[in-house]
Each structure stands twice: as structure tokens, then as C-alpha cells.
Design a protein around this ligand. Structure first.
Ligand code: BGC
Length: 346
């Protein structure tokens, strides 16, 4: 297992990057900071190695950045209305880092902390983080273990496990920005996407909080049930797209509680095909609407619509919405979740 220096965290402690590799020569680099997927190198149909995720060259840039490139988001991914939650009758006010709302657990979320290395092998790494009672304003001491495994089949499996000593929120995701043409190849609107969802969560005109409605995708720009170019309907005159400046919505997956397919994407130029699988109830499609002049890896500059995220998760603000499956983790219970991204040339 190759290990290299990647700068320091906010406390000056060393951040390292570990390289997972498989028999085919595919490589995925994972930083201890934020348990971030820094790069994923895969040989395309022409034999050219492409790094299919956006990112930065060192820890300092990740700590400065506001895009959450490749990061592990926790305890709570996506938005919580007003940053307010009530657990067992007690009110908790979380950081309001997105207008009035809490987004991705605030500025001290698990994307911004340095995780400990628990175990490593050639193709897998387990990172561990102990989040203290009151950290990010959430109740409970929480221990989180996260394992990335790269199989010889080019599947990158992310297993999350968390336990808390008080009832709290557990809703983890990975915030990778995919560009199947390569991280520095520009616009993704020509790449094709399929999402295994019949419905999505419309959001409020400001603040992007789900209204509670589950709207069928049929007849809307959100219909990705068959492969469609991401850009095809992205600029359609449709209220939900104008509220959020483009695709930035949760899609409702079927109600199976097992790992099943959530989405696929294809880039015809490189032949790279991404498959996504999860046991989560939803997946957020975010088309990098707010990325603007971000200086990334190897001198690349990333702009709007140059990547897409498929963030598996509980529905946004589900902690406050009794109609949605709850991300509440009871004290002593074990939160377990699995998301798999797979690259192929078929
Ligand atoms: C959110 C976007 C946000 C992005 C980066 C996504 O998960 O849905 O609204 O801009 O993360 O913070």
C-alpha cells in the first residue's frame, strides 16, 4: 500500500493519502482528511488513464474549498431546515452555513477532520473517527468507521458504520464529483445518465428544502429512467430547475432495504461507464451548479457543469419530516450503510 504526504489538517497534524490498487492497475487515492476520494484512475477504451473525479492537490486546498470534492459527509448530509432539530424533546441549533439551513453538517463536518487509519491492505482502507458529544452541535459521542475497498472488478465499495451513546443523526454520503471524460475534460452535459427513480423531491423556492411532495419524474426534466444526456433538459423552463440553478435534487429510490442499483452514467468519448449502487432511500443529483473557477488537481480549473454528483442518502431534512424515512440513530444501535461505485468499459 503506497502512502504519501498530503499536507496538514487544521491542527497541524499530518494528512496522508493512501493508494488502493487492483490487479487491472486501477487506482483510487484516499486522504485521511475527510476520508476523501482524491482520485480514481481508470484506463479508458483508448488505453488512456483518466482520473474520473474532481479534486485538489493537497489538504490545504480541501480545507479552503467549499465544494466538498470527494468528501465523506457526516453526521448529516444535505440540508436541515433552519439548522434545527429536536431529539427526545430537546432542541438543537446546528450551524446555519447555507442561508438559514445547515448543509452537510456545517463547517466542522467530517469532511474537514483528519480520520485515523484503522486498517489497510493493498486494496482497502478503514478509517475511523470519534466525533465527541456536541461536535457539529449534534448529541452523542459517535464512533464512525468507514472502509473503502477497490475490487479487481473496479468496484469501489464504501461501507459506513456508526454507533453513538445518545440518540443522534446518522446520514452519511460520499460527495464525489464525477466526470467520466476525465476530471479536466470540461462540460458533462453530453454524458448520459440513468437514475432508477420514478419520483423526486421538489424543494422550496429558496433554501432547497423538500416540500414533502414526491413528484413523479414522468413528463418532467427529472425523467432519467432511460439514458438521457445530462444537459438535454437541464435548461428547461421548469420551476424546480430555476429554484436551484439546475439539477440539485433528491431522487426517490425504491423502498428495498438492500444494496441495489441507483444510477448509471456513460461517456461515449472515453467509453467509461459508471454504475452506482446503494442501500440508501435516496440519491441527490447535483450537476455542479455552483462550481466556478475552482483551481483543482494539476492546474485544472473547474467550472459549472463539469461534473455530476450522485450522493446516496436519506432524503434531505428527513430528520424533520415524519413522512420520510428517518436518519435518527438510537443510542447503542449500529448504523450501517453501503454505497458502491463501479467503473467499466461495456
Ligand atoms: C448540494 C448543493 C451544494 C453542493 C456543494 C450538494 O450536495 O445539494 O446544493 O451546493 O452539495 O456544497
Amino acid at each position: 500500500m503506497l502512502k504519501s504526504a498530503f499536507g496538514t489538517d487544521r491542527q497541524g497534524k499530518a494528512v496522508e493519502v493512501y493508494t488502493l490498487s487492483n490487479a487491472k492497475g486501477t487506482e483510487a487515492k484516499i486522504a485521511t482528511l475527510g476520508a476523501i476520494l482524491v482520485s480514481w484512475n481508470f484506463k479508458d477504451k483508448n488505453g488512456v488513464v483518466r482520473d474520473v473525479v474532481l479534486g485538489y492537490d493537497d489538504a490545504a486546498d480541501y480545507l479552503k474549498g467549499t465544494c466538498y470534492f470527494g468528501a465523506t459527509i457526516g453526521r448529516s448530509s444535505n440540508r436541515i431546515a433552519g439548522g434545527k432539530i429536536v431529539i427526545n424533546g430537546v432542541d438543537y441549533q446546528l450551524e446555519q452555513n447555507d442561508g438559514d439551513n445547515n448543509l452537510h453538517s456545517g463547517s466542522n463536518g467530517m469532511h474537514a477532520v483528519n480520520w485515523d487509519v484503522d486498517a489497510v491492505s493493498e486494496n482497502s482502507i478503514t478509517l475511523k473517527y470519534l466525533s465527541a458529544d456536541g461536535e457539529q452541535d449534534f448529541p452523542g459521542n459517535m464512533t464512525v468507521k468507514l472502509t473503502y475497498t477497490l475490487s479487481d472488478d473496479d468496484e469501489l465499495t464504501i461501507n459506513y458504520e456508526a454507533v453513538s451513546d445518545k440518540d443522534t443523526v446518522a446520514n452519511f454520503t460520499n460527495h464525489s464529483y464525477f466526470n467520466l471524460g476525465g476530471h479536466d475534460s470540461g462540460d458533462i452535459f453530453g454524458q448520459k445518465l440513468k437514475i432508477y427513480a420514478d419520483a423526486f423531491n421538489p424543494v422550496t423556492p429558496t433554501g432547497s428544502i423538500p416540500t414533502g411532495e414526491l413528484r413523479l419524474v414522468e413528463g418532467t426534466p427529472f425523467d432519467f429512467r432511460e439514458f438521457k444526456e445530462i444537459g438535454k433538459d437541464a435548461d428547461a423552463d421548469y420551476d424546480q430547475l430555476s429554484y436551484t440553478g439546475g439539477y440539485d435534487h433528491n431522487f426517490v429510490l425504491d423502498d428495498k432495504k438492500e444494496v441495489r442499483i441507483m444510477a448509471e452514467a456513460i461517456c461515449e468519448e472515453t467509453g467509461i461507464h459508471l454504475y452506482g449502487y446503494t442501500d440508501c432511500p435516496g440519491v441527490q443529483l447535483y450537476a455542479s451548479n455552483f462550481v466556478n473557477g475552482e483551481k483543482g488537481k494539476g492546474g485544472a480549473v473547474y467550472n459549472i457543469h463539469q461534473a455530476f454528483c450522485l450522493e446516496s442518502q436519506y432524503f434531505p431534512d428527513s430528520i424533520n419530516n415524519p413522512a420520510f424515512e428517518t436518519p435518527l440513530l438510537k443510542a447503542g444501535d449500529v448504523y450501517k450503510s453501503t454505497t458502491i461505485y463501479k467503473l467499466a468499459l461495456d
